[in-house]
Every structure is written in C-alpha cells, then in structure tokens.
Design a protein around this ligand. Sequence first.
Ligand code: HEC
Ligand code: HEC
Ligand code: HEC
Length: 236
Amino acid sequence: MFGSKTAGYFLGSVVISVCSLTFSLYNISVGADYVGNSGCKCHMGKGCFEGEEYKERLHSNTWEKRLKGSPDAENPDCLKCHATAYGEKIAEVGKKYLPNVQCEACHGAGSEYKKVKENYEGKGKDAFKEILKKDPFTARKVQYDTGLIVAGINGPATVKEQCMKCHWETKDDKNRCPKTDKVMDFKDFFKKDDHRDEDEIDVALKKLSPEDKKKWAAILPKDELLNSPLKPKKKE
Ligand code: HEC
Ligand code: HEC
Ligand code: HEC
C-alpha cells in the first residue's frame, strides 16, 4: 500500500515537472513582447470592425478616465485591470505598463505576430495578407504559433474565463474593483464587447469537411459561445 502511494506521488511530481518544463519552453520559444495598440495598425485604421468596436468601449480609455492624474495612476493593484502588460516584457524601453485594456491584454503579446505580418517567410509585406485570404486556416495557425490568443480557442478555455480575470459576478468576490459596486452580467457584457465579424475564416469554417475539422481541431472554437451569430457590420 505504502509503496504504491509513494509511486503515485513520484509519478505525480514527474507529471507536474514535465508540465512546467513544457510551459517554460513554450514561453521561451514564443518570447513575444507587448507592442501596444499601435502595433495592431491594420485593425486600428478606419473601417476595421474590431478597431471601431474597440474604440467605443471603455476598455480603450479606462486608464485615462479612472487613474490618470490620481494617486493610483501607477498603483500595481489598479494597473492589473485598468492597464496592460504590467510586469511583462514591453517592446518600448523603459515602459512598465501600457495604459488601458489594450488588444494584447486579451490577445497576448504581439511582437512576433508583427514580424510575421511584415515579412511572412521573407516574402515581403503583402505575403501574410494573401495567406489570410487564400488559406485562412494556415493563417490562423501561424498567428497562434506566434503567441496570439483567442479565448475559447487557444487561450483561456472559455471567453467568460478570460473576462473573469478582471470582472466579477458577485459583490463579495475577492477579485473585484474597490471603487465600484457594479457586477458583470456576462451575457450583456459579451454582447457589448463581442467584436467578431465575418472574415474569410468564418466563411471557410461553415464549409469545413469532417476530415478537415479533425485536421484543424487545435485552432477551432471550443467555447459554444463562439458559434453564436456574428455581429452585423455597421453601415458606413
Ligand atoms: C479586478 C479588476 C480591477 C481592479 C483590481 C481595479 N479595478 Fe477599477 N474597475 C474595474 C472594472 C471592471 C470597473 C467597471 C465596472 C463596471 O462598470 O461594470 C472598474 C471601475 C472603476 C472606476 C469607476 C467607478 C464608477 O464610478 O463606476 C474607478 C474610479 C476605478 N475602477 C478605479 C480603480 C482603482 C483606483 C483601482 C486600484 C485601487 C482599481 N480600480 C482596481 C476593474 C478593476
Ligand atoms: C485586463 C482586464 C480586463 C479584461 C480581461 C476584461 N475587461 Fe472588461 N473591463 C475592464 C475594466 C478596467 C473596465 C472598466 C472600464 C471603466 O469603466 O473605466 C471594463 C469594462 C467592461 C465593460 C463596460 C464598459 C463598456 O465599454 O461598455 C464591458 C461591457 C466589458 N468590460 C466586457 C468585457 C468582456 C466581455 C470581457 C471578456 C471577453 C472583458 N471585459 C475582459 C477590464 C477588463
Ligand atoms: C477584453 C478582451 C479583448 C480585447 C481588449 C480585445 N479582444 Fe479581440 N477578441 C476577444 C475575444 C474573447 C474574442 C472572441 C469572441 C469575441 O469577439 O468576443 C475576440 C475576437 C477577435 C478577433 C476575431 C474576430 C473575428 O471576426 O473572428 C479579432 C480579429 C480580434 N479580436 C482583434 C482584436 C483587436 C485588434 C483588438 C484591439 C483593438 C481586440 N481584439 C481587443 C477579446 C478581446
């Protein structure tokens, strides 16, 4: 009895150390820095759905609105939710955080993706755009391989899990903002914050054969919520 228990312990710790080893290797191999929203230039331009949606949300200016000029402007306890990348690797030398909840707060550090977009396989600045159009599944895999994250696909298991890093559903939650009594109504918050629109990949997803579903399983939506209807594009 005792022997098998010890064996169990031993096996358990081997599994744990293998897991943490893979985890740290993963970080080293990706090693991306946070570049800030200016690195997401295409999305921030006029007419891009994600960027336009984002600019209307308080995520995009919450640091300016709530912390700037106050004694808490640089308070780590506030920056973890009202800013991005506090204590992480930021590309711009000397920066300790990026103000506001930027794209990378949810989508992961973008410097490696930026490199790919600028010169995919050494073929110049339009090469990745081509792949996005012609072969959106490969494009998505490449994006994720650079460290980009979408909750419910390759990041937090569900979209809600990602939101809960900075939101709470009950007033007695320990991980809540000390300055407000409001709680998150997830359905309502998701509806507001949802910034999916129909891209090449969404069209291709609908036509995916069972074999291809297997082939691309790692990069397909796992959270049922991501199969909900997309937001209609705003009229110009
Ligand atoms: C766990 C994440 C989290 C932390 C930590 C946090 N906040 Fe917040 N804060 C939020 C969220 C989310 C809201 C908006 C809630 C809503 O409107 O539903 C908010 C709202 C606010 C507001 C607006 C309150 C109002 O009048 O509606 C202020 C001001 C604020 N935070 C300041 C701070 C300061 C200062 C700190 C640090 C002492 C801090 N926050 C820490 C997440 C956080
Ligand atoms: C890195 C922290 C962080 C994460 C992760 C996060 N939020 Fe927020 N969110 C905030 C903060 C801070 C505010 C408060 C903005 C304010 O009032 O200044 C907020 C406010 C909001 C608001 C109300 C403001 C508005 O513009 O209408 C919605 C809706 C919202 N979040 C949705 C979401 C959803 C959905 C998710 C998950 C996909 C999510 N948030 C993930 C930090 C975060
Ligand atoms: C609060 C977290 C959060 C922030 C901030 C955020 N995203 Fe997202 N993003 C998500 C989640 C979750 C999804 C998947 C479901 C959805 O749309 O909410 C997503 C989906 C996407 C998609 C896929 C859209 C599609 O049509 O399939 C793109 C592209 C994207 N985001 C780009 C951006 C860009 C660019 C920014 C900054 C301007 C940004 N996101 C900011 C959480 C976030």
